[in-house]
Design a protein around this ligand. Structure first.
Ligand SMILES: *Cc1c(COP(=O)(O)O)cnc(C)c1O
Length: 367
C-alpha cells in the first residue's frame, strides 16, 4: 500500500473511479447522450445568451441562480415556481448535495440495483452507506418489494430511477406511492429520461404537492442535448430547497452555465422534435431486435436493454469491431444501446445483424 493509499479514507482504498470507456469509434451509442448536435438555430440563441455574460465575468454569478430556476419552473409546469426548483452542475451534483444534506456518516441510502451506477459512488463519496435491495429476476420493481425493503432497512434516503437506467422502463405510480408511504426519509425519483417516457403523465412531478420529502431530479444532459454544459436540477418543497443551500459551494453554478441553460430552455419546443425522433429510433431498435427473437423490454428512455446474449462481453467486442460502441453494463446476457440518429441506428442494427450471422454461438441462452 502506498503512503497516499494509506492516508486515503478507508472506504476509498483500492476503488476505481467512474469510467465509461471514451473510445474514438465512428458510432458511439454507449453513454445515453443525445445523438443530435445542437441545431444551428438553437446554437445561435445559446451564443447570444452566453455573449451577454462575458464582460461581466469579473463578478461572481447569481449564487441562487434565480433567473434560471424561474425558467426551469416554467418549463416543468405543474404549478411549480422558482422556490420549488434547485439547479447544479449536472443532476449528479444535485444528488450529491441531497446526500450531503440528508445522508452522510452513520446514515443510509436505499437503492434498487441494477440502476444508475453513480448512485452508490455518490453515496461512498459522501460517507453515506448504500444498501442495495435488488429487483425481481426480470429487473422489474414491485410496490411490495419496495415497501418491504424500506421496512427492513429504515433508510434516511431512498433512490428510485424512473425511467430506470439501464433497464429503460418507467416505474408505476403504485411503486412511488409505496416508497413515499413506507419511508420516513427523503424519497428521490431520478427522472433523467422523463422526456422520453411513452406516457408523459408517468412523472412524479404529479405527486409533489403536499409531499415534503419527495424530490424529483432532472437534467438537461439527455433531452436537451446539453450533456457538455453540465446542468441538472430538482423540483421539491421550497423548504427542502432551502436546506440544500447549507451544503452547496458558494457560486457553484457559473454565470456561463446559467446563461447557456437559459438559452437551451428558450428552445425547449425546438429540441423536443429531436426527442421525438430519438423515441422513434428507440422503438425501431426494440421492434427490430424482437423480430430477431431477442428478449427486449419496452423502453421509456433513449436507450434499449438487449437480452438473449449467451456471452454479452463477446457480443460487445464483436459489435465494436464493426465500428459501433455500445455499453456492457455488467448484467449477464445483456447489453445496453443508446438510440442514435437514423443513420447511427441503422449502422448499429446492421452491425448487430452481422454479429448474429457470424457468431450464432454468442446468442440464444440467457434471457
Ligand atoms: C445520465 C443520467 C443522469 C445525468 O446526470 P447529469 O449529471 O445530469 O449529466 C442522471 N441520472 C441517471 C439515471 C442517468 O442515467
Amino acid at each position: 500500500m502506498s503512503e497516499l493509499e494509506r492516508l486515503l479514507r478507508p472506504e476509498l482504498r483500492g476503488k476505481t473511479p467512474y469510467g465509461a470507456p471514451q473510445l474514438e469509434v465512428p458510432v458511439q451509442l454507449n453513454t445515453n447522450e443525445n445523438a443530435y448536435a445542437i441545431p444551428e438555430d438553437v446554437a445561435a440563441i445559446v451564443e447570444r445568451y452566453l455573449s451577454r455574460e462575458v464582460r461581466g465575468l469579473n463578478r461572481y454569478p447569481d449564487r441562487d441562480a434565480l433567473a434560471l430556476r424561474t425558467d426551469l419552473a416554467a418549463y416543468l409546469g405543474h404549478g411549480l415556481t422558482a422556490d420549488h426548483v434547485w439547479a447544479a452542475n449536472g443532476s449528479n451534483e444535485i444528488l450529491q448535495q441531497l446526500l450531503q444534506a440528508f445522508g452522510g456518516p452513520g446514515r443510509t441510502v436505499l437503492g434498487f440495483m441494477p440502476s444508475y451506477s453513480m448512485h452508490p459512488l455518490l453515496a461512498r463519496g459522501t460517507g453515506t452507506a448504500f444498501v442495495d435491495a435488488g429487483r425481481e429476476d426480470d429487473y422489474t420493481l414491485s410496490a411490495g418489494h419496495v415497501r418491504a425493503a424500506i421496512a427492513e432497512h429504515d433508510p434516511d434516503l431512498v433512490f428510485l430511477v424512473s425511467p430506470n437506467n439501464p433497464t429503460g422502463t418507467a416505474l408505476g405510480a403504485d411503486v412511488i406511492e409505496a416508497a413515499y408511504g413506507a419511508a420516513r426519509g427523503i424519497v428521490v425519483i431520478d427522472e433523467a429520461y422523463a422526456e422520453f417516457a411513452r406516457d408523459p403523465e408517468s412523472t412524479a412531478l404529479n405527486r409533489l404537492a403536499g409531499r415534503k420529502r419527495l424530490v424529483v431530479t432532472r437534467t438537461l444532459s439527455k433531452a436537451f442535448a446539453f450533456a457538455g454544459a453540465r446542468v441538472g436540477y430538482l423540483a421539491a418543497d421550497p423548504e427542502l430547497v432551502e436546506k440544500l443551500l447549507l451544503v452547496r459551494l458558494p457560486y457553484h453554478l457559473s454565470s456561463l452555465t446559467q446563461a447557456a441553460a437559459r438559452g437551451a430552455l428558450a428552445c425547449a419546443a425546438r429540441l423536443q422534435a429531436e426527442v421525438d425522433e430519438l423515441k422513434h429510433q428507440r422503438d425501431r431498435i426494440v421492434k427490430n431486435l424482437r423480430a430477431k427473437g431477442l428478449p427486449v423490454a419496452d423502453s421509456d428512455a433513449n436507450f434499449v436493454l438487449v437480452g438473449g446474449l449467451a456471452d454479452a462481453a463477446a457480443v460487445w467486442r464483436a459489435v465494436l469491431e464493426q465500428g459501433v460502441l455500445i455499453r456492457d453494463v455488467g448484467l449477464p446476457g445483456r447489453l445496453r444501446v443508446t438510440a442514435g440518429t437514423e443513420e447511427e441506428t441503422t449502422a448499429f442494427l446492421a452491425a448487430f445483424e452481422t454479429v448474429m450471422d457470424r457468431h450464432p454461438d454468442l446468442f440464444g441462452t440467457g434471457s
